[in-house]
Unconditional design. Sequence first.
Length: 612
Amino acid sequence: MSTPTAALPVAAVRTPPDAAPRWAWLPTRGTWKYHLLLVGLGIFVLGPLGGVTASYMNFSLGFFVGGQVLAGILGSTVTFGYGAEGKHGVNYMQTAAASVAGMSAMGVLIQAMVWMGLAQPPIWQLVLYMLCIGMFGAGVGMLYTPILVDRMQLSFPSGLAVANILRALTDPVLLRASVGQLGTGIAVGLACGIASAKVAVLGAIELSTSTFGAGMVVGARIGVPAILGGLLGRALAPYFVSIGWLHEGDPFRKITFLIALGTIMGAAIVDLGLISWQAVQRLRQPAAAVAAPEGGPDWKRINTLRLALWVACWGIGIVVTGHWVLGQPVGYLVFAVALVFVFAVVNGIAAGVSDSAPISSAFVVCIVMMAALGLKDPGVGLMAGAVLLVSTSVASDMQQDRSTGWRLGTNRVVQFRYQVAGILMGALLSVGFARLFMAAYPVLLLDQTAMSAAEQPAQWSAAMTYKLVGVLRSLTDDKPYQRTAIWVGVAIGLAIELLRKLIRAHGGYRRFVARGKLGFSVDFLLDAVVLPSPYAFSFGGFVNLPTSLWLGAGGIVSSFFNSLPRAKPAPGGAVLPEDMSSTSLLGGGLIAGDALAALGLGIAGLLVTLLG
């Protein structure tokens, strides 16, 4: 596919491990004490910190910042003592911590129960159900890693940012070469993250340094299509109102997110079809040709049979727990489990291209499709839709973390185990944080879908809960046009991706592009404007227009800077890996700084309420 590809993993040029840690109190790498230290810090310290932030953001805004960057920065203060090889230890920690944080944010499901007046099951039942879903999502995410990370080599901006940060903060040579760009980005992201929450003007323009930073990582070929998608959605809003798909005053993304989701699905059909065809062709090769396949490095190997059994067992666990513990119909639970295999790819590609995984959109589409099958009970819809919401969130996190590990050469099996530990803790905290926040902030108990615009609480918009409850209430009022919007998107994505593949496969076109600046310019216009990547273009349908503009602005600035001639490094100077460019380091720093600001604001807001 025509998305920016990262440099090859740097595992092949890894520096030799230190004979002993720099600090005497650190346990030897690879021992049980070493892993106990890392998993303890990941799930008991860094994970809950990220969980507080994610919960606060999801209740207040309706989206949350992943915990990978934050945990990577904080965890590096410990693993720095292991030298350059410390990057693997901190990668394990951030994997566990990010899983805790991501699961903690899923407490909005309990808030949705409260808004709809549904009876809440006992805590142990909710925790058990969330645990089964989270473990299933981790397995499905790992199952698709060889496709999305190894083969398609998607950018995963936060994954790239984490990899750069870990390499820089754990390797003195890289730290000296990159500290300026990385430090500047963190400082600016931190300052702007706080200012955007406190300064009215910045809030009005929806300043997001993390989104701008993500744009700097992915470049203009992704950023420009995101802008076009947002502008087109805004321009079509009056038409959508005229045909009854929107009401006057509705944001355009209330319907364009369904079209955008379909667009990704259509493009994914083409890409996955090509991958499947190539796999079949390899199977048809003579036995001698496949007798000695090219083996991957040891850090990359996984046991596919065990992974398939893991996925099957936890998928069955979802159905068993959902039916015999929570009393939900088997048919809808099985349907939701099956949909995860589709949306783990769709959301994974979206996260890999634009750093945005539309998890709530997967929930909405699940409910829309179940409504078409005859579902009328919002309670059943909530429990079945939770399978999509939690699984796709965990699977996207899994793929983001594996993209970091791909760049660092981190052992995938060990990293998977750390994620499992994080999910276990996160399942507990998802319920715990939900109860804590709703007790500390009673306004969170109020059903905002029944409020007028003037009655909406300013600080607690809870946009994700609003979306979930809104689509659940529509079960008693079926809207066929929502399914039509999805199929329109599928047709658009399928057509565009087919044309892109056919044009790029033409030998004459490839020679024209390689000949000089004219060919490069034509290729850029085709790739970013005329036939933009459906994955990038769809981003504009998921978010408000300012968010698309910030992502696009970051991409344009990054690509312009990288097109300027640069001086050659001084003889003997440190040479950064190819994917640690100045713009990616600065962009990663902006993401990190914004995450730190979110953490500070989240903890401060909670403490003020609890102590006040």
